[in-house]
Design a protein around this ligand. Sequence first.
Ligand SMILES: Cc1cc2nc3c(=O)[nH]c(=O)nc-3n(C[C@H](O)[C@H](O)[C@H](O)COP(=O)(O)O)c2cc1C
Ligand SMILES: C=C(O[C@@H]1CC(C(=O)O)=C[C@@H](OP(=O)(O)O)[C@H]1O)C(=O)O
Length: 388
Amino acid sequence: MRYLTAGESHGKQLTTIVEGVPALMPLTSDEINESLLRRQKGHGRGKRMQIEKDLVDIAGGVRHGYTLGSPIALVVKNDDFKHWVDIMGEDPIDDDKKIRRVVSRPRPGHADLNGAMKYGHRDMRNILERSSARETAVRVAAGAVAKTMLKQLGINVVGYVNEIAGIKAEEYPDLSFDQKVTISEDSPVRCLDPEASQKMMDAIDQAKKDGDSIGGVCEVIVEGMPAGIGSYVHFDRKLDARIAFAVQSINAFKGVEFGIGFEAARRNGSEVHDEIIWSEETGYQRRTNNLGGFEGGMTTGMPIVVKGVMKPIPTLYKPLQSVDIETKEPFTASIERSDSCAVPAAAVVMEHVVAFEVAKAILEQFPHDQFPKLKKAIDEYREEIRCF
Ligand SMILES: Cc1cc2nc3c(=O)[nH]c(=O)nc-3n(C[C@H](O)[C@H](O)[C@H](O)COP(=O)(O)O)c2cc1C
Ligand SMILES: C=C(O[C@@H]1CC(C(=O)O)=C[C@@H](OP(=O)(O)O)[C@H]1O)C(=O)O
């Protein structure tokens, strides 16, 4: 299973083609739209999210509520395009108009300057349009297909926020998976700790007032994974490595950790490794889950627990020094419409990119063209594992 995306932030639409989804899997736009709407929510987003109402158009690969086994084409329109037709239209425009609209002031922290140098564009709009996290709308759409598949295989994925601007949520080990889903949905910052939620919102408001931006940490949990998904035999078949790649590839993400993550460097082995236990009913289990559900690039059967850190949004109302690439003069103001914090939205993106990698690994291990056969194969494998 794989996907590609196309489209610019203020262009007509974003498109993704998801290939390799088995035939005969129930899929409707409702599941995808639910994910898209969740991504749009969250305290701290800018004016753009008031313009957009992301809804998917399934343009291929699904008929009468079932996948066909052919590529699934998903389209999300940019409602903002109507305000950008002159700037983003594909027809050539005269030089006079072009010059007045050229973006020549790169924002520190965004892709503007490096992208312009790489592709030889003097107008950095040609960079920012595609480097924009608007693209994550269709990454979420593709991930929603994966999530729908996983759910029908008894595997559930949820993402929430652990930290914003240094304010950390209390850990709630006793919350069930469903409680995590419900509580994070109710929180305007997608956090499980109501007290921390309020403080996070205040910090976002303060950053906005100061013309600044803030980042944070998101966590994704995958429950219901059988042991042994992924492989140790080659570097690019390690599922934890693939998940790390997917998370790191989200705009503004600067690091990934599994389980206790970097804390492992400060503990002895006896305080890190998850002891193995066995019972007739459940088969093998672990006393703890410090390693976040992975050993040797394969799942252990414990929940996958992965965190990703998002840096603060680069576009700032508060001046940061940069250089105009036409005049080479320094300037200290970059006034583009922007989010002040997108960590809650990023948690939804992370949930979906992780879901995609997990679904992809499952399909590699149990290659089936027909979804009911895949489901049967997974059920048989679970039983084999339980009795191992
Ligand atoms: C959901 C989401 C929303 C974002 N919104 C903005 C934004 O409004 N303004 C901005 O400058 N960057 C925003 N970013 C971050 C930039 O897209 C990102 O910093 C940029 O593409 C450069 O890539 P890098 O930070 O991964 O190096 C957002 C990121 C995400 C995940
Ligand atoms: C459009 C989305 O996020 C955008 C990501 C983004 C960036 O630079 O990454 C910049 C902003 O876009 P604009 O300049 O149009 O206000 C965000 O709104 C979205 O998440 O759907």
